[in-house]
Write a protein that binds this ligand. Structure first.
Ligand code: CP
Length: 357
């Protein structure tokens, strides 16, 4: 007989609360009418910045992601014969593994580089020349590099698509896609002709420095009808929170942007709380707004959801993990399906999965 103490630690449950199930992606799938033509242009583009998306393309991407999430076992051969080059020169749990999981789940093959010193870059090879070689070896590249310019340099020589998976403090567009996908999965009514109440979003972070926040705000510019107010919470003055031109872009898009230093003043009215505390700068991460913490006792609205791009530190207490506020795990899980959708479009395989119920 197995020792009861051992039995206790080795047992696990495969089922989790509903946010991890397929009810929400099914609702989102039904809420958006398929117009696959909006996805066609993605097969001619690198994925560099959130600025390159429009509302119609975003909604169709979310629809395809929801289709994948609602039917996870049905599309296992869509990327047969395709090779992904996964190049991550900065630490990553979610982005690298979810891209690789997405590609594997669609039946593709992967070559992975996690240390640039194992490539010709260590011998002084230029990124342009590396990119020229990648053209011959794979069908799509995913790059994370702390150097903001690396992805641009490679784009100039690539004839296959490359995805910016985080370039310094600049952008992380696929994280932002996953973030917005999560919000619409939670509230699919917001993309229908009969939307419910608009959302008040509390964003704890520093838009000027955080690539996840920067990319997410850019995507939100397409949905001023969804967000009634976005309040940025940080310990800085409003003019220090934003990079040059950032606030103007948001306001021109019709978003109402407020700034606050007191988190607990903003929390009670927020429908969505997005929190992040780190930015990757140079070769290390830096923490911002260390005094802002969320836990199960924080004055959240009873039906508010909490999002976090992760990795977390003390700002997001594990006491929230087992509460209905926890949508950050669903956010991380959904990123696989969102990336499946994007990858399918980039390598011209969307026609294989559109119109498939
Ligand atoms: N969200 C995100 O970029 O996480 P990783 O650094 O683990 O990829």
């Amino acid at each position: 007989m197995v020792d009861p103490k051992l039995e206790e630690v080795i047992q696990f449950e495969r089922t989790r609360p509903d946010v991890h199930g397929d009810a929400h992606p099914k609702k989102l799938l039904r809420a958006i009418v398929e117009e696959g033509n909006h996805l066609a242009k993605l097969s001619e583009q690198h994925i560099f910045s959130s600025d390159q998306f429009d509302r119609a393309t975003l909604l169709q991407l979310f629809r395809l992601a929801a289709k994948y999430e609602a039917n996870p076992g049905r599309f296992s051969t869509s990327l047969n014969g395709q090779i992904l080059i996964s190049a991550f020169y900065e630490p990553s749990t979610r982005t690298r593994l979810s891209f690789e999981s997405a590609w594997h789940r669609l039946g593709g093959d992967i070559m992975s580089i996690t240390d640039r010193s194992t490539t010709g870059i260590a011998k002084g090879e230029s990124l342009r020349d590396v990119a020229e070689m990648f053209n011959n070896y794979g069908d799509c590249v995913v790059l994370r590099d702390s150097n903001e310019e690396s992805v641009r340099e490679m784009m100039a020589a690539l004839r296959i698509p490359i995805i910016n998976a985080g370039n310094g403090t600049d952008e992380h567009p696929t994280q932002a896609l996953a973030d917005l996908y999560t919000i619409f999965k939670w509230r699919p009514d917001l993309v229908t002709n009969e939307p419910g109440e608009k959302l008040k979003l509390c964003l704890v972070g520093l838009p000027a420095k955080m690539r996840t926040v920067r990319s997410l705000l850019k995507l939100m510019c397409h949905f001023p009808d969804v967000f009634s107010k976005i309040t940025i919470v940080n310990d800085k003055q409003k003019n220090e929170m934003f990079a040059h031109g950032q606030l103007a872009q948001l306001e021109q898009a019709g978003l109402q942007i407020d700034a606050a230093n007191d988190l607990y003043e903003v929390l009670p009215e927020a429908d969505v709380v997005y929190i992040n505390a780190i930015a990757w700068e140079g070769n290390a991460y830096k923490q911002y707004g260390k005094r802002y913490h969320l836990n199960a006792q924080s004055p959240l609205k009873s039906d508010a959801i909490v999002l976090h791009p992760l990795a977390r530190s003390v700002e997001l207490c594990t006491s929230l993990d087992d509460t209905p506020h926890n949508w950050y795990f669903s956010q991380a899980r959904g990123a696989v399906f969102l990336r499946m959708a994007l990858l399918t479009c980039l390598v011209k395989r969307a026609e294989r999965v559109l119109d498939v119920i």
